[in-house]
Design a binder for this molecule. Structure first.
Ligand code: ADP
Ligand code: MG
Length: 222
């Protein structure tokens, strides 16, 4: 119990700091992005696309922390996963290409679910990011969308480093990371969001072979 308490305190504290920093960073980031948009249009600024995508990446990191804080306004609506997934894949396109990672996405079915679009985007972002980070020297990410017994399933398969049974057990535990620059918060956020959507997640993984993350989200009833 003492350890749980300590971890909870740690989490609350880190969350407060992270949210504080994230808020401070977001405003100047928005300004720079706006200015750059003007510059890019008027002066054909070189490397415009790269700067924009790097800024977008910073934005993503900030968003990851913001979600830890007080719950943001949540809007559950009828939406489909594929368009959200496409946005996420666009964000990671450069990073994937730089690491010689091919990403393919097969859509067997993409039925509407009741969801908060931003939160679902956050889920996809964290999972795709982990898949990319599991592939330090080239590799493949397969994404598959289909429906299963009242659920939309989104499968993310990578042929990366994989996880041991012990690591798999601890996934989603705050601050549990195997990366030097990781924070061990991504999968905790993913779990939180999936729970809020009454969905579930299955992960299968083997060291040296790869990982399959299956997300199940209930189909919209109307
Ligand atoms: P972080 O990415 O900051 O380490 P996460 O919560 O996103 O934190 O992930 C926790 C840990 O789970 C990672 O450090 C990694 O060891 C493991 N993990 C998650 N996804 C994968 C994956 N696709 N392949 C291998 N390991 C993974
Ligand atoms: Mg992560």
């Amino acid at each position: 119990t003492e350890e749980i308490l300590r971890n909870t305190e740690k989490l609350v504290f880190a969350g407060q700091i992270a949210v504080g920093i994230a808020h401070e960073i977001r405003n100047p980031l928005t300004t720079v992005k706006g200015m750059l948009q003007l510059l890019g249009k008027d002066n054909c600024l070189r490397h415009y696309n790269l700067i924009m995508s790097e800024l977008e990446r910073m934005n993503m990191i900030v968003s990851e922390f913001l979600i830890l804080g007080k719950p943001q306004a949540v809007h559950f609506r009828k939406d489909r996963c594929f368009p959200v997934l496409q946005e996420v894949l666009n964000l990671f396109e450069i990073q994937a290409a730089l690491n010689c990672i091919t990403v393919d996405c097969v859509v067997h079915a993409d039925h509407p679910i009741r969801c908060d679009r931003n939160q679902i985007k956050q889920v996809f972002m964290n999972i795709v990011k982990n898949a990319i980070e599991a592939l330090p020297h080239a590799g493949k990410i397969h994404i598959l969308l289909e429906t299963r017994e009242g659920y939309q399933r989104i499968r993310f398969a990578d042929n990366g480093v994989g996880m041991s049974e012990e690591m798999l057990q601890r996934i989603g535990e705050p601050f549990h990371t195997t990366k030097s620059e990781g924070n061990g918060l991504g999968m905790m956020i993913v779990k939180k969001i999936i729970d809020a959507h009454h969905g579930r997640m299955d992960i299968a993984s083997e060291v040296g072979k790869g990982t399959i993350v299956d997300i199940y989200l209930p189909l919209s009833e109307d």
